[in-house]
Design a protein around this ligand. Structure first.
Ligand SMILES: NC(=O)c1ccc[n+]([C@@H]2O[C@H](COP(=O)([O-])OP(=O)(O)OC[C@H]3O[C@@H](n4cnc5c(N)ncnc54)[C@H](O)[C@@H]3O)[C@@H](O)[C@H]2O)c1
Ligand SMILES: C[N+](C)(C)CCCC=O
Length: 424
């Protein structure tokens, strides 16, 4: 209950300072202030949710023969290292810190060197809310700092959010110390649009699945499979709506797409589009740099959101995570075919389906090999729901009751009520 009170107080401070933190996050990452506010809301909701769960940590009582019994205790792991990506800096830190602290652990958090700012604010808020000194700590740095944390003998668990190649290294380092890991890695998720969908919702869903945070979202549904019967009408509408997305100064109220994280990443995203064209895809809209009128933004890393048509499953843009505002549209004819193609990927983070046929919806998501599936929506984040991947997208879960499992360990106590029957 004490942990709960402190987390609730931290959530209250975040709510109170929402505008200031959102502004800092926009400066930190480049995403629009409109979206940053949503991220901050999801963050305080996460703290409130785990505040609610903190007092419910409990074991079981198990009756044994002769009046003996056993019981289990759910105990903290110790010092947990959190290593974050740059796309949701404040939110990722809250998704890790809230369950870690609720379960009685300490955390040392390392943000991405590209987004060092807001997690420091989080640490200050925790202190202000009454988190004891040293219980939540921030260290800045890049790969070397991350490696140091993973190898440190006092670190009991590593919770990592980032790319698959780094995830592989983290798992290797954790293996050396037999440390449990949570890996929240990348994806190339399918979004399946059946012809019996509510078209406007499906178009909205496809935009939500591809263009939040400049497309730099792990669970994005970037392979948009569209039933051939509605391919033309769906594509036309998606392109029309994509062209209307307001790009520019992320601190302006009406901006909906800000700047990508840095120049090398922008070049990489555009490299994927160039390669897609060479492989036969058609750029239906966007893909070029966007240069705002404001002279002080001229050198910003802005690009026009891109929709690719004429795509096939073997193209690089369809197989690899681009992590930018690039949607690939792929036609399909049957449910069986689309499920097989949707699952034909090394990743398994998310998936989505739009249809009015509720049986088909449940049948298809049951067949998808992905950890987070959406029916008739995409990329919403209720903190009550566990989030995490299958296959190369990682394992372990954040959010929901499930995350408590990943920040605690079970101790079993066996209690003898009779005499010891020795075999010797
Ligand atoms: N599944 C999820 O919840 C989720 C959420 C956000 C981002 N992501 C993924 O993150 C990737 C983009 O983020 P990124 O570019 O910051 O990823 P990244 O793997 O380059 O870096 C992630 C973090 O790991 C650190 N790091 C890098 N090398 C390390 C090493 N050898 N040892 C220890 N730490 C190291 C970085 O400094 C950073 O803090 C994408 O693939 C995206 O899909 C996944
Ligand atoms: C809040 N979203 C949009 C579901 C993103 C979760 C974190 C992944 O990058």
């Amino acid at each position: 209950m004490e942990r709960s009170r402190v987390l609730l107080e931290a959530a209250r401070i975040i709510r109170e300072q929402r505008e200031e933190i959102a502004t800092l996050e926009t400066i930190n990452n480049g995403k629009s202030i409109f979206e940053a506010r949503v991220d901050i809301d999801i963050s305080w909701q996460c703290l409130e949710y785990y505040a609610g769960l903190a007092g419910s940590l409990a074991g079981e009582h198990i009756q044994l023969p002769g009046g003996s019994f056993g019981y289990t205790r759910r105990e903290p792991l110790g010092v947990c290292a959190g290593i974050g990506a740059w796309n949701y800096p404040f939110q990722v830190a809250c998704w890790k810190a809230a369950p870690a602290l609720a379960c009685g652990n300490a955390m040392v958090f390392k943000p991405s060197p590209f987004t060092p700012l807001t997690v420091v604010r989080l640490a200050e808020i925790f202190t202000e809310a009454g988190v004891p000194k040293g219980l939540f700590n921030v260290v800045q740095g890049g790969a070397a700092t991350g490696q140091f944390l993973c190898h440190h003998p006092d670190v009991a668990k590593i919770s990592f959010t980032g790319s698959v190649p780094t995830g592989i290294k983290i798992m290797g380092m954790a293996a050396k110390g037999i440390k449990p890991v949570t890996l929240e890695l990348g994806g190339k998720s399918p979004l399946i649009i059946f012809s019996d969908c509510a078209l406007e919702n499906a178009v909205n869903g496809a935009l939500m699945a591809n263009f939040l945070t400049q497309g730099e979202v792990c669970c994005n549904g970037t392979r948009v499979f569209v039933e051939r019967k509605i391919l033309d009408v769906f594509t036309k509408e998606v392109v029309k709506r994509t062209q209307k997305i307001k790009i520019g100064d992320p601190l302006l109220e009406d901006t909906r797409m800000g700047a990508l994280i840095n120049r090398p990443h922008l070049d990489r995203v555009q490299g994927f589009i160039k390669q897609a064209k060479e492989q036969g895809a058609e750029v239906l809209c966007g893909g070029d740099l966007y240069v705002p009128d404001d002279p002080k933004l001229k050198n910003g890393y802005y690009m026009q959101p891109c929709v690719l048509g004429n795509c096939t499953d073997d193209m690089t843009c369809v197989k690899e995570e681009i992590f930018g505002p690039v949607m690939s549209i792929l036609p399909f004819d049957t449910e069986e075919e689309v499920v097989e193609r949707a699952n034909n990927t090394k990743f398994g983070l998310a998936g989505g389906v739009f249809t009015r046929d509720i049986q088909k919806a449940h049948r298809v998501v049951a067949a998808l090999k992905a950890g987070m599936c959406f029916i008739n929506n995409y990329n919403i984040s209720p903190v009550e729901l566990p989030f995490g991947g299958y296959k190369a997208s990682g394992f372990g879960r954040e959010n929901g009751r499930a995350a408590m499992e990943y920040y605690s360990q079970l101790k079993t106590v066996c209690v003898e009520m009779g005499d010891v029957e020795s075999v010797f």
